[in-house]
Design a protein around this ligand. Structure first.
Ligand SMILES: [Zn+2]
Length: 440
């Protein structure tokens, strides 16, 4: 990736036109009006030392700082004149462990077939399973790394990566190993998730309970034992797994010390209250959420951040499926539910690695403001991965993961629809190329 193994004392970004820090005195995920508080600094500067953010402020103060003046020769300085700097995006929902795009599904959908009709006809998630079962771990790892590289080039420095196209013990473990292999070659941070319960595989059709027992008694213990996953996910919906199965899976995950998250209410409403007992880090999609669910999520604001649940919205899937309906982000935000945004990168319903594109969709279709979309894609994404102590804002002590955008105003990031204006990324205090590197 061209990241410098630095022998320098630090990295100093100066003359940042808008430094979007997302700093806050509140420890929990952002709710309501707090979601649009960006903590912007005009003509800002950031000093990164030892992979962490050391100080944040105005350029004129940084240049007067005695430590910086004393170490100036050993500090690499980057002039960000006219540019915007954000925390690197935290993409908290992706499915990169697959082998091929689903082009036949794409054409069938254009011709009018629905997601569920395509799945019934043998397309959908099950058609990706065959490819993953046959693939070597190295081939899968290459695919994951390619996806991670595309994400990094567009400003994403932390990614949650799910298995889920293996649907048997060996292929799910192979997928998680491939994610680990790719993560070791990528400068950013990867949070791996076991999604053994993505689809009931053909050989268990009509025997969901039996398959769920394999997830609980074989996949989860092996993933935990091999330290291959931080989270366990389940697709809980019509045509996927029941709430009862999701509870069994969450219980097993907790028994093995793994965090939990779930796909819920994408195609139809399902009860989320029983799942909240297991303190999921995130519940994702929520296109068909009820008033009671919203009240339950909003009521968590007084709990410790370690137990709060973020609502992660993935408008790329609604867009790619051609749905007229999107999650009701305004109702969620205005009711006090913490909202995050993610790509849902996957071959069937959201083949995009671009967080800027997702921000654009969030503004246009979810009626989120550009400021809310940026906070949802950074600090709330970090909360959705229980990584907010290290990620998601530009504050002293956090990991020095930054994205430099070649725009004069943060609102241009969602505005230039489909464009990649990421000029550079900084990961753990080291500078590497985004779309176009700027001279350092
Ligand atoms: Zn998903």
């Amino acid at each position: 990736m061209g990241f410098r193994q630095s022998s320098e004392a630090g990295l100093l970004l100066v003359n940042i036109r808008q430094l979007i820090t997302l700093r806050s005195s509140n420890e929990g995920p952002r709710r309501g009006r707090d979601l649009s508080q960006l903590g912007a600094i005009e003509s800002g500067a950031v000093l990164c030392v030892g992979g962490k953010i050391a100080s944040v402020g105005k350029t004129k103060d940084a240049l007067r700082d005695s430590w910086i003046r004393k170490n100036r020769r050993k500090i690499r300085e980057i002039d960000c004149a006219g540019k915007v700097v954000l925390p690197g995006f935290v993409d908290s929902h992706t499915h990169p462990a697959f082998t091929a795009p689903r082009l036949a599904d794409f054409e069938q959908r254009i011709a009018g077939a629905t997601y569920e009709q395509i799945a019934e006809a043998g397309g959908g998630i099950r058609s990706s399973v065959e490819g993953v079962r046959k693939a070597t771990r190295a081939a899968l790892a290459n695919h994951v790394l390619e996806a991670l590289s595309q994400m990094l080039a567009q400003g994403t420095t932390t990614v949650e990566a799910k298995s889920g196209y293996g649907s048997n013990l060996d292929a799910e473990l192979k997928s998680l190993e491939a994610i680990r292999d790719a993560a070791r070659q990528w400068p950013g941070t990867v949070a791996p998730t076991l999604l053994g319960a993505h689809v009931v595989p053909r050989e268990y059709r009509g025997r969901e309970g039996k398959y769920v027992r394999i997830v609980c008694h074989e996949m989860i213990p092996r993933a935990a034992e091999g330290k291959l996953a931080r989270f366990v996910d389940v697709f809980c919906d019509r045509g996927a797994f029941s709430s009862e199965s999701a509870e069994h899976i969450f219980f097993a995950a907790r028994e093995h010390g793994l965090g939990v998250r779930a796909h819920v209410c994408q195609l139809s409403h399902c009860e989320i209250a029983p799942l909240l007992k297991y303190d999921p880090a995130s519940l994702d999609h929520l296109d068909h959420v009820s008033d009671d669910d919203i009240a339950a999520l909003a009521a968590q604001s007084t709990m410790s951040p370690a137990y709060q649940t973020v609502a992660t919205l993935v408008p790329g899937a609604n867009h790619f499926l051609g749905l007229g309906r999107f999650a009701d982000a305004r109702r969620l935000i205005d009711s006090g539910v913490p909202v995050a945004l993610a790509t849902d990168y996957n071959p069937g319903t959201s083949p995009t690695a671009s967080m800027p594109f997702v921000l654009s969709l969030a503004c246009t279709h979810l009626k989120m403001t550009p400021a809310e979309a940026i906070a949802a894609a950074t600090i709330n994404g970090a909360h959705a991965l229980r990584l907010a102590e290290r990620k998601g804002s530009i504050e002293p002590g956090k990991d020095a993961d930054l994205a430099v955008f070649d725009v004069a105003d943060y609102r241009e990031i969602p505005y230039w629809m489909g464009a990649n204006r990421c000029a550079m990324v900084i990961v753990a205090g080291r500078a590497g190329a985004g779309n176009r590197e700027i001279a350092g």
